[in-house]
Design a protein around this ligand. Structure first.
Ligand SMILES: [Zn+2]
Length: 152
């Protein structure tokens, strides 16, 4: 985690590159205790703080990776549980990934204000993404396995 730092972001805190990071770099691995959906709900107000890894299993992951914010035009993704850069990042760029690549729960949605030209307006489950975008993320290998296997 030497290459990123926690700083104030557009909303709350975020993760930012502190040096150039080339595409394909693993900047961290998501780890933490596994909790179920109801525990995830109780633990944090909103289960979005925990990372869904199976239909009823959530990773209660700690800072700093937990603080990485969503974008509809992500520059990072979760390949299995490795946070990998999708393109070269400049110092000061925020680490952004698409929350929908880890969501299949029929519960949580969030209004998106990411500001990217292709912003979808609402963050929702992977299955509700446009099919072309699903295929794009699947081809990049950044859809969590429990979701990707339903599309294989
Ligand atoms: Zn957006």
């Amino acid at each position: 985690m030497a290459q990123v730092v926690i700083k104030p972001a557009q909303f709350g805190q975020g993760l930012f590159a502190v040096e150039p990071i080339v595409a394909g770099t693993v900047i961290g691995v998501a780890t933490g205790p596994i909790i179920n959906f109801s525990t995830a709900l109780q633990k944090n107000d909103r289960e979005c703080d925990a990372l869904q890894v199976e239909p009823d299993s959530y990773l209660d992951w700690p800072d700093p990776l937990r603080l990485a914010n969503h974008s509809c035009q992500p520059n990072c993704g979760l390949r299995n549980l490795e946070f990998v850069t999708l393109r070269d990042l400049m110092p000061g760029e925020e680490i952004l990934w698409d929350y929908s690549t880890s969501m299949d729960e029929d519960s949580w949605t969030m209004t998106c204000l990411c500001g990217s030209p292709n912003c979808r307006g609402t963050i929702k489950d992977f299955r509700l993404l446009p099919p072309t975008l699903q295929q794009h993320y699947l081809s990049l290998g950044i859809v969590l396995p429990f979701i990707a296997e339903q599309y294989g």
